[in-house]
Write a protein that binds this ligand. Sequence first.
Ligand code: GAR
Length: 188
Amino acid sequence: MTRIAIFASGGGSNAEAIINHFKDVDSITVSLIVTNKSDAGIIKRANNHGIPFLVITKSELKNQDFLLTKLKGDKIDFIVLAGFLLLIPSYLVEAYPQKIVNIHPALLPAYGGKGMYGMNVHRAVKENEEEMSGMTIHYVNQAYDEGKHIFQASIKIDATDTAEEIAGKVLKLEHKYYSKVIDYLLKS
Ligand code: GAR
């Protein structure tokens, strides 16, 4: 059994799509949710699905003894970032080589880097009057949004779309593809 931990800081709609996808897959399971926000929507979703969750502080994330012991103790094989907004520390990247993936709500390398997350991305895309946006799934390395790309998909932006409407279109793509890409990676 391959055991996934999902790290999320927000509402957790991507996390939920992934949890639902792997409910129907015998060899892969989402076995832990990690969040840095004690009031994040993801906690309610974890509870609804009966999946254990761990709330960590910024310093616990940086604490190798604490977090690696927990992840290894839970036999976590693969880490999925789904709206997790803290930088992943080097020790974790080294402990899980090519086994941490992230989703970003834009066509990287455009609109990536520190401070470029969630609605900040979509507002910048709107301000620049882009005609396309999309999402990127990539491996995680020591820098924000710079790991090797795995998969991208795009959407067309209408001139009348608001930043919120762009966000909605991109989120739909994310829900459609993230779990499929993870499934593919874990089975190949
Ligand atoms: C998603 O759109 C994801 O791409 C983005 O946060 C949202 C989380 O939504 N991630 C980033 O911006 C990371 N740089 P969710 O909590 O509903 O899954």
